[in-house]
Design a protein around this ligand. Sequence first.
Ligand SMILES: CC(=O)SCCNC(=O)CCNC(=O)[C@H](O)C(C)(C)COP(=O)(O)OP(=O)(O)OC[C@H]1O[C@@H](n2cnc3c(N)ncnc32)[C@H](O)[C@@H]1OP(=O)(O)O
Length: 185
Amino acid sequence: MREIEKLEAGLEYYFLDEEVASRKANAALLCQEFNAISATEPEKQEQKIREIIGSAGKNISVQQGFNCDNGKNTHVGNDFLSNYNLTILDIAPVTFGDNVMIGPNVDIYTVNHPLTKEGRREYLAQASPVNIGNDVWIGGKVTVMPGVTIGNNVVIASGAVVTKDIPDNTLVGGVPAKKIKDLVD
Ligand SMILES: CC(=O)SCCNC(=O)CCNC(=O)[C@H](O)C(C)(C)COP(=O)(O)OP(=O)(O)OC[C@H]1O[C@@H](n2cnc3c(N)ncnc32)[C@H](O)[C@@H]1OP(=O)(O)O
């Protein structure tokens, strides 16, 4: 099995493998191009972000300082708005529903490294998808961990680290993120 096949199957893979690294380098290059577009050219920005990510609905706006590991693994619905400096480590798929708003400096990770020093010295990694529902507002400086599913009508308070699934109609916050209150559907 090639390393990229292991990656796609959710198995441990060697992340310095040439094929794996070149996918990341290609995404980094496209993000660099996106981030260099003049702020006076929003149409060019939208065209570029649509070229980078796997799929997008209508009415999307991504502010600059966007970075990802693949791009084609990121899927956004209709009415998607993200503020400055969104990082999506989309080694595995990251899916957003409709009506999602993201504050500045948000990180969404799909990748972990081993907890053993031997595994890290071998440059191993393993990726799990992140799923985000409809009508979700992610506050600034939130970090979402690999494998997490966020439901519909969810607000994540600024600064939270989301380590577990979040059910529908919930406001969560803190490190690790815990329920603050229920939200009205
Ligand atoms: C596209 C864009 O998003 S750009 C805008 C970026 N803006 C942001 O990121 C702001 C995000 N907003 C927040 O985090 C706000 O604090 C909100 C939305 C969570 C506040 O929601 P409210 O329902 O008004 O919460 P309220 O202020 O009444 O606080 C409720 C409880 O949550 C706590 N809380 C509020 N914010 C946070 C937070 N960021 N982290 C942890 N706990 C929090 C409060 O201390 C309070 O706790 P208590 O009941 O023990 O006193």
